[in-house]
Design a protein around this ligand. Structure first.
Ligand code: BG6
Length: 316
């Protein structure tokens, strides 16, 4: 469907408009009293979220282009139905099948002041060990926060082992000053260690997560909230979640960012990924005829600079 056809079928005056973006593909533009959001049909990938009275919450690479075989770096890529490398076939792409393919718009809706667009993606033939009839449905809702609700339904005839992530790139003032709270005392798999050393070798998070080099960790945590504390931008971003017992924290730092090639100069300093996931040991078995729901809710709030008493109100 072209952007004009999408607009005719699903546009909602004053709330949702479809158009071709300068990134090279169709996008849905959501607008409400709570802010604005932009979602590409490619990957059903949220590219922008600006709450009312606030500034951009998501980081998007200055090199981002839609319509290429490569997934767009930034926003909220949907990694599905596997996270990271394929569990047993190294020829398959990292982070699953849907990041660079076009999703279908199922419906759009307004409920009170919340605006929602529903996307769907279906596996038509058995692929990479996943059965035909496996479907993903993603609701993106712009309300008091930005909510993503990803439902996997197994319409196939065999159980699947599902891993996935809502791979959220959060924009920060400078990664060097950023901390993440909510993961204190949690065990994690350090993905920077060789896979042979990782099994069962959980490390423990002491204190806040800080960034002094590359960080690539799968935290085992069902605690719903992780908070990014950003003193430079004077804000905190809260990532709340449901249906997940793992949270991935990632920043590639300088060398890996250069290797990735699509981060842009010093781009790694401007984001941290807090990924609402089913990853690591948090593998979900989805039986035929059943579903699994993964939800992330993102909320940004202003935080005043450090008080004279030396207590950082951002961290309180
Ligand atoms: C993170 C992984 O989720 O995604 C990292 O933990 C990976 O290991 C990163 O490098 C980016 O992946 P990609 O496929 O977008 O380059």
């Amino acid at each position: 469907m072209t952007a004009p056809a999408l607009q005719a079928a699903h546009g909602l005056a004053g709330a949702i408009a479809f158009h071709d973006s300068e990134l090279g593909g169709p996008v849905a533009h959501l607008r409400s009293v709570h802010g604005t959001a932009l979602v590409a049909l490619q990957g059903a990938q949220v590219l922008s979220y600006v709450p009312s009275g606030g500034s951009e919450v998501l980081w998007l690479s200055p090199l981002a282009r839609l319509g290429t075989a490569k997934a767009v770096r930034g926003g909220i890529p949907v990694c599905w139905p596997w996270f990271g490398p394929h569990p047993n076939d190294p020829r398959q792409p990292a982070h699953g099948l849907v990041r660079s393919s076009r999703w279908r718009v199922v419906e759009t809706a307004v409920h009170g002041h919340a605006v929602r667009v529903r996307f769907a993606w279906a596996l038509e033939t058995k692929t990479a060990g996943f059965p035909a009839g496996l479907t993903a449905q993603l609701d993106v809702t712009l309300g008091e926060d930005l909510a993503l609700d990803l439902v996997t339904f197994n319409g196939g005839d065999e159980a699947i082992a599902l891993t996935q992530a809502l791979h959220t790139y959060l924009k920060v003032g400078d990664i060097g000053g950023v901390t993440v709270s909510g993961l204190e005392g949690r065990p994690y798999v350090d993905q920077l260690e060789p896979p042979s050393q990782r099994r069962g070798a959980h490390k423990l998070q002491t204190g806040l997560v800080v960034f002094e080099g590359e960080v690539d960790r799968i935290y085992a945590t069902a605690d719903p909230i992780a908070t990014v504390l950003d003193p430079l931008l004077g804000r905190r971003i809260v990532v709340d979640k449901d249906g997940s017992a793992s949270t991935v924290v990632w920043n590639p730092w300088m060398e890996k960012a250069a290797r990735l090639g699509d981060v842009g100069p010093d781009g790694y300093r401007a984001f941290v990924c807090i990924e609402t996931a089913n990853a690591g040991d948090d593998v979900r078995t989805v039986q035929p005829g059943t579903s699994h729901r993964l939800t992330a809710m993102i909320h940004a709030a202003t935080a005043a600079p450090s008080g004279a008493d030396g207590v950082n109100p951002v961290a309180s």
